[in-house]
Design a protein around this ligand. Structure first.
Ligand SMILES: NC(=O)c1ccc[n+]([C@@H]2O[C@H](COP(=O)([O-])OP(=O)(O)OC[C@H]3O[C@@H](n4cnc5c(N)ncnc54)[C@H](OP(=O)(O)O)[C@@H]3O)[C@@H](O)[C@H]2O)c1
Length: 395
């Protein structure tokens, strides 16, 4: 059996590929960049088609040719759910493919229409396909994906402070599924005798409440580190935040409120004349501030997490104090605003062999407008300066 995984470089696509290989199936990939695949997957592919844009019909036609089943693991963004996936299903119809697993793996979005902007899009896709296609897709509901909550989203689990944030009762269980289990469930679904009949599949790996999580973490660490709970409010509070977020951002600003009213503080963008590999080399070397700041003579770190102390030894690289040395230390202490969540994300996009777009995105809990303006100005200046300092190391 030859399986096409569309969006194979994503965090659901990769485990699906591994699960297919474990069953002895052949796998073809479709995604933007084959270099985003781990070696164990990339090397074993039957073939790979490059998607030049979310609307690349020619690549979809090449990718679907001769395959027995398609697993669409396109990203959870409206354009991909609705448009790319629809173009892919049309390509699948032309290629005569009957088995199609749609991108889904969320809570059950057949319930509560109007309560979640992205879920409405998924429901819209399913409805449109049911009306207009000969293909009957499989949709899978998994609850929360474990690795997403605990590795990718610092909003839910903060790995530095070991804090789990949530709304509602701390004893209320959530359904979780691991990506490895998703890979196995999906492969079971597409190889079942009635796979072409499609339908809704509901699965889970386990259920756990916020209290269960903290208890399990603390037991596993045997007292060496202690996890904490951070209740962000009641379920009614969560609903109120969503209503306020909708009123403030409108539908087009869904990203700002869909995840418990996380707002975008600022996005600093600069295009750099250097290959993405070189920029990544500096960014990924997070401990090496020496390389980021031209004036740094040495940087040292004692301890780890809360209580750790970082000491900088600087010499002014320019200006009236040029050549003068100074030393300062900073200690990581308990946050002053424990209910506030804030984090930054660095995104690099390759724009060409010698051009990279550098984006630094700051997001966090909503703030009063006057604080927001001050924070935005400060972040813009500091991160623009930081990107320039990084660029100067490279060009
Ligand atoms: N329940 C949960 O907790 C949870 C959590 C996360 C995701 N999900 C669901 O899982 C599914 C897959 O999401 P995912 O997190 O695996 O997605 P992902 O890792 O962000 O991306 C999946 C694929 O989409 C591609 N892609 C992303 N943006 C693109 C763009 N603008 N143009 C073209 N290709 C693009 C990625 O390519 P690159 O590798 O080049 O970026 C990758 O191949 C979605 O249905 C999502 O809703 C559920």
């Amino acid at each position: 059996m030859l399986v096409l995984i569309a969006g194979i470089t994503g965090f659901v696509g990769i485990p699906c590929a591994r699960s297919a290989f474990a069953r002895g199936l052949k796998v073809r990939g479709l995604a933007r960049n084959i270099n985003n695949l781990p070696e164990d997957v990339g090397k074993r592919l039957e073939g790979f088609e490059t998607l030049s844009s979310p609307y690349d019909i020619a690549a979809m036609d090449r990718a679907t040719k001769g395959v027995d089943a398609i697993i669409c693991t396109f990203a959870g963004i409206p354009e991909m759910f609705m448009e790319s996936q629809l173009l892919l299903i049309r390509a699948a119809e032309r290629a005569g493919v009957k088995i199609f697993h749609a991108t889904s793996w969320n809570y059950d979005w057949t319930l509560a229409p109007g309560s979640h902007e992205l879920y409405d899009d998924m429901r819209g896709f399913a409805h449109h396909v049911a009306l207009s296609s000969t293909i009957k897709p499989i949709y899978m509901f998994t609850g929360a994906i474990v690795e997403y909550y605990f590795k990718r989203s610092r909003y839910d689990w903060n790995p530095d402070t070991k804090t789990f944030s949530f709304h509602g009762p701390s004893t209320f269980p959530t359904r979780y599924t691991t990506t490895e289990d998703i890979g196995n469930y999906v492969l079971e679904a597409i190889t079942a005798p009635d796979a072409a009949d499609g339908g809704f599949v509901r699965v889970q790996s386990f259920e756990a409440s916020p209290e269960d999580i903290v208890k399990a973490y603390n037991a596993a660490r045997e007292g060496r580190t202690t996890a904490k709970l951070n209740c962000l409010g009641s379920l009614q509070d969560a609903e109120d935040k969503l209503t306020e977020g909708r009123a403030r951002n409108g539908k087009g600003g869904w990203y700002n409120f869909i995840r418990s009213s996380l707002v975008n503080y600022t996005t600093v963008t600069r295009d750099i004349d250097a290959p993405i590999g070189q920029v990544w080399g500096l960014v990924a070397d997070f401990g090496a501030e020496k390389a980021w700041y031209p004036g740094a003579k040495s940087v040292s770190l004692e301890g780890f997490g809360l209580g750790s102390v970082r000491t900088f030894n600087y010499v002014y690289p320019a200006g009236k104090n040029k050549g003068q040395e100074y030393i300062f230390s900073e200690e990581l202490t308990e946050p002053d605003y424990p209910d506030m969540v804030a984090f930054g994300t660095t995104v690099l996009d390759s724009l060409g062999p010698n051009k990279t777009r550098f984006r630094w995105i700051a997001e966090g809990s909503p703030l009063p407008d006057e604080f927001m303006a001050v924070l935005r100005e400060d972040l813009n200046e500091r991160f623009d300066g930081l990107i320039v300092a990084i660029v100067n190391q490279l060009v």
